[in-house]
Design a protein around this ligand. Sequence first.
Ligand SMILES: Cc1cc2nc3c(=O)[nH]c(=O)nc-3n(C[C@H](O)[C@H](O)[C@H](O)COP(=O)(O)OP(=O)(O)OC[C@H]3O[C@@H](n4cnc5c(N)ncnc54)[C@H](O)[C@@H]3O)c2cc1C
Length: 506
Amino acid sequence: MAGFAEDNNFDVIVVGAGNAAFAAALAARHQGARVLVLEKASQKLRGGNTRFSGGLFRCTYQGLEDLIPLVRENDNPETVALDPYPAAAYHRDVERVTGGRADPELSAVLIDRSYETVQWMADLGIPWEFNRAVGAVTVPGSTRVKLASGAALRVKGEGVVLSSMWFRIADDAGVTVRYETHAQRLTTDQSGRISAVEVRGPEGVQVLQCRAVVLASGGFQANPEMRTAYLGPHWSLVKVRGSRFNTGEMTRAALAAGAQSYGEWSGCHATPIDADAPTYGELRLTDKTNRLSYPFSVMVNLDGERFTDEGADFNLYTYAKMGREILQQRSAVVFQIFDQRTVPLLETRYNTGTPVVADTLPTLMDRIAERYRALGFHKETALASVSAYNAAVQEGTFNPDILDSKHTTGLRPEKTNWATRLERPPFVAYPATVGITFTFGGIRINTAAEVIDYLERPIPGLFATGEMTGGFFYLNYPGGAGFMLGAVFGRIGGENAAKFAASLPR
Ligand SMILES: Cc1cc2nc3c(=O)[nH]c(=O)nc-3n(C[C@H](O)[C@H](O)[C@H](O)COP(=O)(O)OP(=O)(O)OC[C@H]3O[C@@H](n4cnc5c(N)ncnc54)[C@H](O)[C@@H]3O)c2cc1C
């Protein structure tokens, strides 16, 4: 395939090298197109957020029998149980978490083509397994675990394997990848068709001619200037959970080429992460900085106050918006406090952090104050908050597998589930802050993954997919739908880009 790279003339250029980009690249290649993938990162740091991820894909299924052909020999179906997840349930979840704002036509395609797209990926060689990591619960009296509704499937080996498999599959298929090649502008010919991509790379600035472009370069979450401009000033200093390379310049380039902006530009997915985590995601940690066992904790901010109902719901339904709540707290730092009843329930990801530990609650507060001296922790108020909480806990049966309604009475805010007293030492406090995952706003595509302008007309030769598109998620998102949208619309966009390219005169 080296010859393709030499003539700088491709049918389809795909910008980005994450999940969405490779779905597009492969679909275009299968149509016979000559495909070039542009990756801003070096070969060592390649792969975008995809590589950092948990590899969870949200797709429809009627039952276990739909998933067995996908997981193949990678997993044992005897060990799991699940409820069907038909399209109607997926629609309900999207509607519920986005407050009914998600684009109905785009959502319908995402949902209707989800299962066949994971099947397509399985046929290409992506290995699947059952997702026991997030939201799965043990079935009482059985050795099976019950998988979370809609979140039954993930890539075996998570994002690291998903990413490396995409690179391998693309290489085998004859897709060329250029590293350290930062796309910065789109060129339009006189007819209005997108005809080239200007890049800055190892060979300087070049204009790469092509017949069609698929944009798949992610959100703008790693760009502090755009975060501040669109999400608000508080977001300027937050930590980024994943790739440092998703900085939004091709979103801007598409807008400059006439693309319609769409979706919740002031919205993003953000979760509680270790307050001591690095500023950008690191590949040695991938998604292991998450701090999602807070439903079993008591959380206090630097002023020593509880600020939220830690147990409002299972973490899968609250983690994306919990990040925003933490951001409202002073310096965006809080402490999740556990005792020896709840420590065994911590996700194993907590092992990547360094907790504050003490045999009494007053000593715990002293130690937090000492370690986070620069931030100013109000230890007396924190102790009073925890004492008030302990006194307000009502009797009931604690059960982490269900919404157990074991609650507090008389507090503001109450804890409505999993309220157990902090009484079994040693006590353990994990510092948490907010980590941004991806942004919700972006450019507008139609159901053919064509980028459309303000008159709702496709911009000829321009397609997009993945986190750089808007209209799918608002306020929150159902876990696993990010990958699914990238793959579904990547496949559609890649195929249509190749067809568009083939339709042009040679
Ligand atoms: C820690 C973590 C865990 C996650 N877990 C999940 C999960 O389990 N399930 C799920 O659905 N979602 C998950 N997500 C969200 C997830 O990131 C997305 O769903 C998915 O990775 C998005 O794919 P994408 O291809 O759109 O973007 P990315 O995978 O981020 O790819 C973008 C690509 O574009 C490149 N790029 C950027 N700008 C340019 C440019 N100007 N020129 C050239 N290349 C450029 C980047 O280097 C990168 O290769 C997670 C995210 C994080 C950070």
